[in-house]
Design a protein around this ligand. Structure first.
Ligand code: IMP
Ligand code: MG
Length: 178
């Protein structure tokens, strides 16, 4: 499987260090708040599992799943909720945890849907940000792990056609070898 990885972009050690840094910052910012971390399935599941363990203030977690129509490497902008949150979020300080901010369309939609449910606040934490690809200009992340160039990346939860999510690092996939 790993023979199709062109290059390791972020090593397991780099990821671990960044997650600890983000966790510390979030813990500081959410002291005394009613933190609810919302992981957007499936890509953010590995990041979420690590990040929540580096958060030292009380928090609750929930999961949401969205499907954005399009091919394997590009979202079309049409988004549908396939698994919603379990409970109402009114009064919670929401932290949306995402794997990657690409066109921004998924998060633009999610933020809009979740704001309508009257949480106390909404912030966005993304492990990776590809600003060169942004189309939804109203979306910016409050916490960013790494800003990366416009390449298709896999691993640490991110997939290419559902594969590579289990890699412990983030790598660039070689589409010619797929
Ligand atoms: P957006 O709506 O274009 O911002 O797309 C967000 C979603 O597209 C992410 O949550 C990922 O599931 C997927 N995605 C975008 N870029 C990549 C990538 O480089 N590798 C893997 N998935 C990606
Ligand atoms: Mg995906």
């Amino acid at each position: 499987m790993t023979e199709n990885i062109e290059k390791v972009l972020l090593s397991a050690q780099q990821l671990q260090a960044k997650v600890a840094e983000l966790g510390a910052k979030i813990s500081e910012d959410y002291r005394g708040k009613k933190l609810l971390m919302v992981s957007v399935l499936k890509g953010s599941v590995v990041f979420m599992a690590d990040l929540m363990r580096s958060v030292t203030v009380p928090c609750e977690i929930d999961f949401m799943s969205v499907k954005s129509y399009g091919d394997d490497t590009k979202s079309s902008g049409e988004v549908r909720i396939t698994k919603d949150l379990d409970r109402p979020i009114e009064g919670y300080d929401l932290l949306i945890v995402e794997d990657i901010l690409d066109s921004g369309r998924t998060l633009s939609y999610l933020r809009q849907v979740l704001s309508a449910r009257h949480p106390a606040s909404i912030r966005l934490c993304t492990l990776l940000d590809k600003p060169d690809r942004r189309e939804a200009m109203d979306v910016a992340a409050d916490y960013v792990g790494f800003t990366i160039p416009d390449a298709f990346v896999v691993g640490y939860g991110l997939d290419y056609a559902e594969k590579y999510r289990n890699l412990p690092y983030v790598g660039i996939v070689d589409p010619d070898k797929e």
